[in-house]
Design a protein around this ligand. Structure first.
Ligand code: GAL
Length: 406
């Protein structure tokens, strides 16, 4: 443990920090975030519409409100890295880049709030953010106070340029300072991700006690290989971290990238359905000014959103994998079960699949299976009659099953 961590741990002991208790995240958060689509584009002269700026954030807030996203539950508008000036001010306070955020962060958050949305921001636990801007090390309390003064509702707290051994005490300290401001601030942490990547073990119980959301794996990128790799990691490690998800705190497989360049329609269906099964945050990173109508319809599909937001908050897991077909299951409220059938194969033709109730580990004699994207087509599955379907390559079928009691 470094001296910094010792001091933070002592501070926690003296002040009686005992975990997160902010009343937030009863269901996975929904919103929009700059990173995957807009990265660290700071060149507003060359690319004024897409650089990280107050203009970009305001135009996304406008679309969230006017294009139906807010109405189906997307609420946070979050700026990721690269919003800061290169130095703190003379009082040690964070300042936004003056050219790209000339009205200041408080005005920007007021604007987002005026659209009946919530406002989020990014900082880093270490000396510098991943993009090289001033980090919160040694300034956590000051920064938490700035965020509260500015009306921030959500903090994404990264872990670049820091000491991995300081994470537990340090992330806990920032949670404490956020709570101490008296403002309800959603707390999203990258703590497990860095630990896992560098081969450290993760105390998920401590993470859950501290954070509302925690990233466990690499950044999502705009490709099928990235999305399917994240799903595979989740499937193979369900036993390790699933049980820590539930009202108050969630595992984070990273942003939804529907509407960008890299996914086909089928692959977009997969991401949306799997994020519903995994009780994942529905935080989009895309250009809401330029959305295909098919992507928008998937993102706004109320049936999928209601599976994602199911109030029991049980994270689904992979129950079987064979010949490139994954079967996933999530327990829902009202004795319903969501079941997903994902075809990873690329061989170009839809796969015919047939499963008995025993294959699906369903123990009663009759179930009603309703296709879950549209909730229009249902079929009875019994001990004599299997569940049958075609699943497209890189595609998914999602059902909600309900036991029929004779
Ligand atoms: C990464 C993080 C990304 C993004 C980026 C910003 O570490 O995983 O989601 O926040 O830093 O620089």
């Amino acid at each position: 443990m470094t001296w910094g961590a010792v001091i933070v741990a002592l501070w926690c002991a003296v002040t009686g920090i005992n975990g997160l208790d902010n009343g937030l995240a009863l269901t996975p958060p929904m919103g929009w975030l700059t990173w995957e689509r807009f990265r660290c584009n700071t060149n507003c002269e060359r690319d004024p519409e897409n650089c990280i700026s107050e203009h970009l954030v305001k135009s996304m807030a406008d679309r969230m409100a006017s294009e139906g996203y807010r109405d189906v539950g997307y609420e946070y508008v979050i700026i990721d890295d690269c919003w800061l000036a290169s130095e703190r001010d003379q009082n040690g306070r964070l300042v936004p880049d003056p050219n790209r955020f000339p009205s200041g962060i408080k005005n920007l958050s007021d604007y987002v709030h005026s659209k009946k949305l919530k406002f989020g921001i990014y900082e880093d636990f270490g000396k510098k953010t991943c993009g090289g801007y001033p980090g919160s090390e040694f300034y956590m309390q000051t920064d938490a106070e700035s965020f509260a003064d500015w009306g921030v509702d959500y903090l994404k707290f990264d872990g670049c340029n820091s000491n991995l051994y300081d994470f537990p005490a340090g992330y806990e300290a920032m949670g404490f300072f956020l709570n101490k401001t008296g403002r309800q601030i959603f707390y999203s942490c990258e703590w497990p991700f860095y630990k896992i990547v560098y081969g450290h073990s993760v105390d998920f119980a401590a993470v859950r006690k501290t954070c509302n959301l925690w990233r466990n794996y690499y950044d999502v990128e705009d490709s099928w290989s990235s999305v399917s790799d994240i799903i595979k990691f989740w499937g193979n490690n369900s036993d390790i971290f699933n049980k820590y998800a539930g009202p108050g705190g969630w595992n984070d497989p990273d942003m939804l990238i529907l509407g960008n360049f890299g996914l086909s329609y089928e692959e977009e269906r997969v991401q949306m359905a799997m994020w519903a099964i995994m009780a994942a945050p529905l935080i989009m990173s895309n250009d809401l000014r330029r959305m295909r109508s098919s992507s928008k319809a998937l993102l706004q599909n109320r049936n999928l959103i209601s599976i994602n937001q199911d109030k029991l908050g049980i994270q689904g897991s992979m129950i079987q994998k064979q010949n490139g077909i994954q079967i996933w299951r999530r327990e829902l409220s009202m004795n319903r079960i969501a079941m997903a059938f994902l075809n990873e194969n690329s061989d170009g033709t839809p796969r015919f699949l047939s499963f008995s109730l025993v294959d699906l580990k369903l123990t009663s004699s009759t179930y009603n299976f309703t296709e879950a994207f549209d909730m229009k087509m249902s079929s009875l599955v019994t001990e004599q009659k299997p569940l049958e379907m075609y699943v497209n390559p890189h595609g998914i079928q999602l059902f909600v099953a309900r036991e029929i009691v004779a």
